[in-house]
Design a protein around this ligand. Structure first.
Ligand code: AMP
Ligand code: MG
Length: 341
């Protein structure tokens, strides 16, 4: 099959919505990353998403809606904190897990009795959901295990010949996947995946927010975790990634010792001026890093990087999301540099 790049104009949106309605899979821009979109209520369509990605069948898909009226069609029950969080952060990069309605088949929910729901802010995603007339299941549009796509060209690189069409909505403004939360009880929000909506931001709207400790560690395939996605290899380019913690000067000294064919550094914008070794930069602030990280990991593969040493990002606020993606891209290979005393 040829994969067609569609402009997000009248004709492109019409064609994409028709594909969704007839059980096909379409590359869809959102503000987080590009998704592989299918009718969330059609198990055959959803199976095509898993096949195109090579995704394990027990890893559930996020269901995307375009209005609060649609929430009742996908959720059987809406936990207490959802209303306040939806008012504050929807449409936007927040996914909330709740008991699923019967209309959502087990293929979509990875066999779970719950469903992760999000209302995306990207106007093209909203328009596609509206025109399709169904809730849209969409995981990130990369081949399973690889960095998420933040441009239509990234989607094409991974999905050429595997899906009929991609809607080109430009570069994603967040660049990292949504924050995923579950609800322990009526008071407590649990972060299962950090993102652009941070703990501090949610604390302004709900009594208690906790960060699931599994975010920070390697989870084995057999383990029971709150979010099946935590078990799998994620976000990793072909190059071997190592995360390096320490001040700029020590990082430079460390890189001097690693020099060999195919070795690159991924550093902050401010480090670049005095950095004499092959490198790329991934922004300065955490928000910039979130926006650029996945694109840089893909570019490093393209220029033939074999080994990439990444300067450790900040671990608070949006930085926690950048850190979470990087420790997984690195397969938890982390070097801590300390000055000699
Ligand atoms: P992706 O589709 O690549 O953005 O990944 C979606 C993430 O949300 C994965 O880590 C899933 O495991 C998680 N997720 C989606 N639905 C649920 C659910 N019902 N329960 C727990 N985690 C979920
Ligand atoms: Mg993904």
């Amino acid at each position: 099959m040829e994969t067609e790049l569609l402009s997000p104009d009248e004709a492109g949106l019409q064609k994409a919505a028709e594909l969704i309605r007839t059980g096909q899979v379409v590359g869809m821009p959102t503000e987080t990353v590009y998704g592989l979109a299918a009718d969330a209520t059609n198990s055959g369509a959803v199976e095509k998403v898993f096949a195109a990605k090579g995704r394990p069948m027990d890893n559930p898909l996020i269901v995307h809606i375009s209005s609060m009226q649609e929430l009742g069609q996908v959720a059987r029950q809406v936990p207490e904190p959802v209303q306040a969080l939806a008012e504050a952060f929807w449409p936007g990069p927040l996914t909330m897990i709740m008991p699923k309605a019967d209309r959502i088949p087990p293929e979509t929910s990875g066999g779970l009795d719950t469903v992760g729901v999000r209302m995306p802010a990207h106007p093209v995603a909203q328009e596609l959901i509206r025109r399709s007339g169904v809730p849209i299941a969409a995981p990130s549009a990369n081949r399973s295990g690889y960095p998420s796509p933040t441009t239509a060209q990234h989607v094409l690189a991974d999905m050429q010949g595997r899906i009929p069409a991609i809607l080109d909505g430009g570069t994603c403004s967040c660049g990292l996947e949504s924050t995923v939360v579950a609800f322990d009880d009526d008071e407590t929000v649990r972060i299962l995946r950090p993102g652009f909506v941070t703990k501090e931001m949610m604390m302004e709207h709900v009594p208690r927010v906790v960060i699931d400790p599994a975010i920070f560690r390697e989870v084995s395939a057999g383990e029971r975790v709150a979010s099946p996605g935590m078990k799998y290899k994620h976000y990793a380019p072909n190059a071997a990634v190592t995360l390096v913690e320490g001040p700029a000067e020590l990082f430079r000294q460390f890189l001097a010792l690693q020099q060999a064919e195919g070795v690159y550094a991924l550093i902050f914008d401010a480090d670049a001026e005095q950095f004499p070794y092959p490198h790329m930069t991934y922004g300065g602030t955490s928000i910039e890093q979130g926006r650029q990280l996945f694109a840089r990991l893909r570019e490093l593969d393209q220029i033939g990087a074999k080994t990439v040493y990444v300067r450790m990002p900040q671990k608070d606020g949006v930085g926690l999301a950048v850190y979470n993606r990087l420790i997984r891209a690195a397969g938890f290979d982390i070097v801590h540099l300390a000055p000699r005393i």
